[in-house]
Design a protein around this ligand. Structure first.
Ligand code: SAH
Length: 349
């Protein structure tokens, strides 16, 4: 029998689950509080021992365990390697900022989107994460940060996986992380990054969740985009931009376009001009990311000067843009690099 993941349940679902096991109405509140703190069932010491024993047989409290951590010597980022209940590994990044810590969260084990520059997708998708496994990352990190008096304040769904390819679990996670009985994190502090799955972007705009939508564009036109992102063969850039416009209209929030600068592919000034022309009139911000070179791919970032020139050109065309700070460069901060190295070492053992 597969055990129920309690962290995947809403408070009402948790109460329904517990009722046949224990009649006391306040159990759901007690268990909910423990779950939000990332506790295991054994640690739920205010429950009767008999109930804890029953729960241990049929349920899992936190399905995510931090296995290793690597703290950057260059900045305050820390890369985490988590193990899931079935032994799968995923990774995350904590960025300590004075205004509150940000956690970069994974939504799938692996990814099937196939972006040419990304290490998360090299072996495809293994499986989707449940809502509880996403919430479990937050709970585990809150526990990890507690001795420092810190906790997760902002969340970016920018770890491995494509969140909108795991739509239902991601939306459930967003509602749970926001719930006062769980993490109580404002959705205004959450960003979701997508490679541009148009139908799901449209559906997401109608969910009424005040999340910041980031869209991985990485190109000024379809021809260049197809060189970097196979998904560009499924959805034309014009349709991605139309869905972005719809998101702005429905939610009143500007969207972020991510643009990884890849030498010899997408970072000439004519590309900046074309990008500016296509984004004109859209309430947006462009995040330029000098490519994080991945060992397995022969793509490289442009020279620093070219990054600056690209940025200045967008600004001259009245497009709001910044260059993302590179963090954690010494701890394999880029998506999927750490998990991949650990898996390779496992194979060699
Ligand atoms: N599937 C989501 C989340 C991916 S990770 C998406 O595609 O948006 C978040 C961002 O990091 C994406 O914009 C992704 O394209 C980018 N990214 C992945 N690998 C990178 C690399 N090696 N260098 C720079 N950016 C990278």
């Amino acid at each position: 029998m597969e055990r129920t993941q309690l962290l995947s349940l809403t408070q009402a679902e948790l109460a329904d689950f517990l009722r046949p096991l224990d009649k006391a109405a306040f159990r759901a509140k007690q268990v909910g509080e423990w779950l939000s703190r990332g506790a295991s069932i054994e640690e739920m010491t205010n429950l009767p021992a008999a109930l804890r024993a029953r729960l241990a047989e049929c349920a899992v409290a936190n399905p995510v365990t931090i296995r290793e951590s690597f703290r950057s010597r260059l900045d305050d980022t820390e890369k985490l390697l988590y193990e899931l209940a079935d032994g799968n590994l995923i990774e995350g990044v904590v960025m300590r900022y004075h205004y509150g810590d940000t956690l970069c969260l994974s939504t799938q084990v692996g990814c099937r989107m196939g972006c040419r520059f990304c290490a998360s997708t090299l072996e495809g998708r293994v499986r989707d994460l449940s809502a509880g496994e996403m919430l479990g990352q937050v709970a585990a990190v809150n526990r990890y940060l507690e001795p420092e008096g810190r906790r997760v304040h902002n969340i970016v769904l920018m770890g491995s996986g494509e969140p909108l390819d795991n739509y239902d679990n991601t939306v459930k996670f967003l509602r749970l992380v926001n719930a006062p009985e769980r993490m109580n994190i404002s959705l205004r502090n959450v960003s979701l990054s997508t490679c541009g799955l148009v139908p799901q972007m449209r559906a997401f705009a109608r969910e009424g969740l005040p999340v910041t939508l980031s869209i991985s564009l990485h190109a000024p036109n379809d021809e260049v985009r197809k060189k970097l992102m196979p998904i560009a063969n499924a959805y034309a850039m014009g349709d991605v931009l139309a869905a972005a416009r719809e998101y702005v209209e429905k939610t009143g929030r500007r969207v972020i376009f991510e643009y990884a600068l890849v030498k010899g592919v997408n970072c000439e000034l004519r590309h900046a001009d074309e990008l500016a022309a296509r984004l004109r009139g859209l309430r947006c911000h462009v995040n330029l990311i000098p490519l994080n070179a991945v060992r397995e791919r022969d793509l490289t970032p442009p020279a620093r000067g070219d990054v600056e020139a690209f940025l200045r050109r967008l600004e001259a065309r009245h497009i709001s843009a910044t260059v993302r700070r590179e963090m954690g460069a010494d701890i394999e901060g880029a998506c999927g690099q750490l998990r991949r190295r650990v898996l390779q070492n496992r194979h060699q053992e």
